[in-house]
Design a protein around this ligand. Sequence first.
Ligand SMILES: [Cu+2]
Length: 380
Amino acid sequence: MTIQSDPFPVGPADAAAATLLSRRALLRGTGILAGSVGAGAILAACAQAGVPSWTFATAIPASTSTAPDASADAMPSMVPAASPSAMPGAAGSPAPVTGAHDPSPASFASPPPFHPASSTPVAFDLTSNDGPDEAILISASPATTYQSMNFGRQVPAPTLRITEGETVHFTLTNRGQMPHSIDFHAAQTAWSKNYQEIAPGASSAFDWTASYPGVFMYHCGAAPVLMHMADGMYGAIIVDPKGGRPTAREYLLVQSEFYGSGGEYAKMLNNPPDFVVFNGQANRYKTTPLAATAGELVRIYIVNAGPNSSSAFHVIGALFSNVEAEGYPANRMGMHQTINVPPGDGALVELRFAEPGTYPFVTHRFSDASKGALGLFKVS
Ligand SMILES: [Cu+2]
């Protein structure tokens, strides 16, 4: 068996980075990376030079999106302070955002329901994608697009929910123009066997069994893994304990970071991110709050896809009555005010809101909250 090239290159100047550069050259040859090179100039050049219309500038400012909304007024310290023209890589002149779509479905925060364990393997089929059709809207205001790589054409990728003891029959079909791979944190299998790169156009399948209940990340591990993760190739796995859990209102939040406009490996290496988000878009649930009712049990599954920043998850105005590190029932702990979820990890928290009102949720690393890792619970 051929083992893939080193997915963990050290520094930008070694051979693995050269592999990356050659891939970017390949994509640039097909036009895919044009949008990440000299944003403003590229947009201007596109119309004249026959560059395909799917190229995107970095941090495209929307022409009328600078006025803060009502909830922003209520929380001035949490609104990104930068004006569109001050955002990293701003194109400098307003341009319409076309072609980009929301990173994941509006329902993403509601995970699939529990099902009792079955002896029949659960089919989980993913496509891996990169290229011109994969631009996503990582911020609505200022409107900002990102040239993603992804699974299932969404960021975060589709959620897999299974039950302890179940076997997953997994198939990955690579519809991209780069090699991609899979790494399920809930599985136990040799990296050299099942997590190897799959060539463009190829498919690969294997079975794995969920031995531990928990909340897990999955991601692409193709070289360089930092770029494939930062570009959007991650998702969540919820493995329920055999008997399920008590009834609750459930939400899933996947925290992650975006650097530049896609494929900008040097920015990913050096930090800091331009946006930090829950479920693929900055301030997504500030605009569209998550609903809850005072007194009911609320359960939040959290995955931190990183790739670089830890999450200090906190709900303002509430305390967690139960925390399970990894979402593993035996890790059940009592009251917490803030929980740490490092990159590549998952957790479960439960809480009950004391009274109706608005409760922001953030990473209490406030430089990241101020870059978009903020949402609201609207409690009735
Ligand atoms: Cu990949």
